[in-house]
Write a protein that binds this ligand. Structure first.
Ligand SMILES: C[S@@+](CC[C@H](N)C(=O)[O-])C[C@H]1O[C@@H](n2cnc3c(N)ncnc32)[C@H](O)[C@@H]1O
Ligand SMILES: Nc1nc2[nH]cc(C(=O)O)c2c(=O)[nH]1
Ligand code: SF4
Ligand SMILES: [Mg+2]
Length: 196
């Protein structure tokens, strides 16, 4: 059984797959406590792999995003096999502190070590996209992680995209990328459009 906070249908708001219809499976629980975390993942209900497959299959998209919380605490090869059998392409959003299970088709790693210290050091060495948060002052690093794409995402400090502090952080991301062109900008487009 897995503890699931929510399952919902939306567009992938961030990174390379931005704009793609996706079913999100948000696992309850996380091994980190980021002060800026924009997600409530505390509560959850017990679901079997069959329950999860049934719930995600109710939607039209055959692209599932395993997130949380920290999905690597619970997602396993048995679940990815069941999702593949049901015809899903599987993406995962992880903080990189634990290996991802077999069967992930698109792995996004968003390290938190710059903000939280040693306990959040990423162990994953390769992913599809590295999506680092930038608050305008904490140094940007790739931790030597190999990725197909390198994204910088403005750290949302609350108050919405028009909030003065958030606007300054987005401008700092743009300035950084102009002089470090390996990085690309990832905006949280679901917040801009007001979808989930
Ligand atoms: C809620 S996390 C869940 C997955 C995993 N625990 C992680 O941190 O990557 C999903 C994504 O949201 C990003 N995120 C969380 N809080 C954010 C914030 N305040 N501003 C921008 N991105 C944020 C994370 O970096 C991650 O890429
Ligand atoms: N639309 C939308 N896209 C997302 N991409 C990653 C998300 C996450 O919370 O992991 C997320 C989310 O919460 N909503
Ligand atoms: S690792 Fe991810 S889910 Fe956990 S507290 Fe940090 S941003 Fe939130
Ligand atoms: Mg989110």
């Amino acid at each position: 059984m897995k503890r699931i906070n929510e399952i919902f249908n939306s567009l992938q708001g961030e990174g390379y797959n931005t704009g793609r219809a996706a079913v999100f499976v948000r696992f309850a629980g996380c091994n980190l406590r980021c002060p800026f975390c924009d997600t409530d993942f505390a509560t959850g209900r017990e679901m079997s792999d069959s329950d999860i497959v049934e719930a995600v299959s109710a939607y039209d998209a055959r692209f599932v995003v395993l997130t949380g919380g920290e999905p690597t605490l619970q997602a396993d090869a048995a679940l990815t096999a069941r999702l593949h059998e049901a015809g899903f392409e599987i993406a995962m959003e992880s903080n990189g502190t634990r290996p991802a299970p077999d069967g992930i088709d698109w792995l996004t790693i968003s390290p938190k070590q710059p903000f939280l210290g040693e306990a959040a050091r990423p162990v994953v060495r390769r992913c599809n996209e590295l999506k680092c948060l930038f608050d305008g002052r904490t140094p940007v690093t790739d931790f030597g992680i190999e990725a197909d794409y390198y994204y910088l995402q403005p750290c949302d400090m609350g108050g919405g995209p028009a909030d003065e502090r958030n606007r300054r952080i987005t401008e700092a991301c743009i300035d950084y990328i102009l002089s470090h062109p390996r990085w690309r900008l990832s905006l949280q487009t679901h917040k801009l459009t007001g979808i989930k």
